[in-house]
Ligand binder design. Structure first.
Ligand code: COA
Length: 213
């Protein structure tokens, strides 16, 4: 199996482009995170047909190296797990200079450890590298945790879509950063990245990762 690209590496964590093999794990996190989870075919479309989309996953690095162990004859019939579990994921659509964050979620057991930030930072840096000038997203009015994360990265409220969510008719807040390419925003992102790198450098790998790395 070819080694997958690593987009960002911090402490024990790596961020990689999402591939179809990740989708079952992504959907499990999705079901734990959102009242209206996307169906599987939406991910197939995003990964295989939508040229505008960029999806990523975060996992621990140590277990990734387990795949380099020598293959056994019985691996022809049954392969042991080759990659560490997906801990979170995110995606954006890149449209005419605008990056629209379409989704972001971290497994409930792994929240509050900087992984949401790692995913958002990776998406913003990729969007800037693709010449995005502005980033936008929608977030539930009641989702204070996500709003705090977005505000930390410079997003500000730009409007409301009333009764946007089908399940409870909740409003969506539209949040944007309009200055992605300015020196001031780049400096802000660099400072946030340095702080996150320091935080994640102190993260302790899980016992599973230690055992198989
Ligand atoms: C939103 C989400 C992705 C954040 O991921 P996370 O890994 O828990 O967040 P992080 O540990 O990276 O925290 C980054 C920032 O988010 C905010 N945040 C995280 N947890 C928070 C909490 N319990 N209360 C308030 N703010 C919080 C803070 O601004 C935090 O920065 P800080 O550590 O400097 O205070 C995660 O909570 C999640 O998956 N929620 C369910 C799905 C969802 O709502 N997605 C967003 C859809 S728009």
């Amino acid at each position: 199996m070819a080694r997958r690209t690593v987009l960002t590496e911090m402490g024990p964590f790596i961020v990689q482009p999402m591939v179809w093999q990740d989708v079952s794990e992504v959907m499990a996190i999705e079901r734990l995170s959102f009242p209206l989870p996307w169906p599987k075919h939406a991910y197939r479309y995003e990964l295989e047909e939508n040229d505008l989309s960029h999806y990523i996953v975060v996992r621990e690095r140590a277990r990734e190296t387990a795949q380099e162990r020598p293959a056994r004859w019985w691996h022809r019939f049954w392969s042991p797990r080759r990659t560490a579990p997906v801990l979170g994921y995110g995606g954006f659509w890149m449209m005419a200079g605008e990056a629209h964050v379409s989704t972001l979620a971290v497994h409930p057991d792994w929240r509050g450890r900087g992984l949401g930030e790692l995913l958002l930072l990776t998406m913003l840096k990729r969007a800037i590298a693709m010449e995005a000038a502005i980033a936008t997203l929608e977030v539930r009015a009641s989702n204070r945790v996500a709003q705090a994360l977005y505000r930390k990265y410079g997003f500000r409220m730009a409007g409301v879509r009333p009764r946007y969510y089908r399940d409870n008719k909740e409003d969506a807040l539209i949040m944007t950063v309009e200055a992605l390419r300015t020196p001031a925003y780049r400096a802000r992102l660099e400072a946030l990245e340095a702080a996150l790198r320091e935080r994640l450098a102190r993260a302790v790998p899980s016992p599973e990762a230690m055992a198989s790395g």
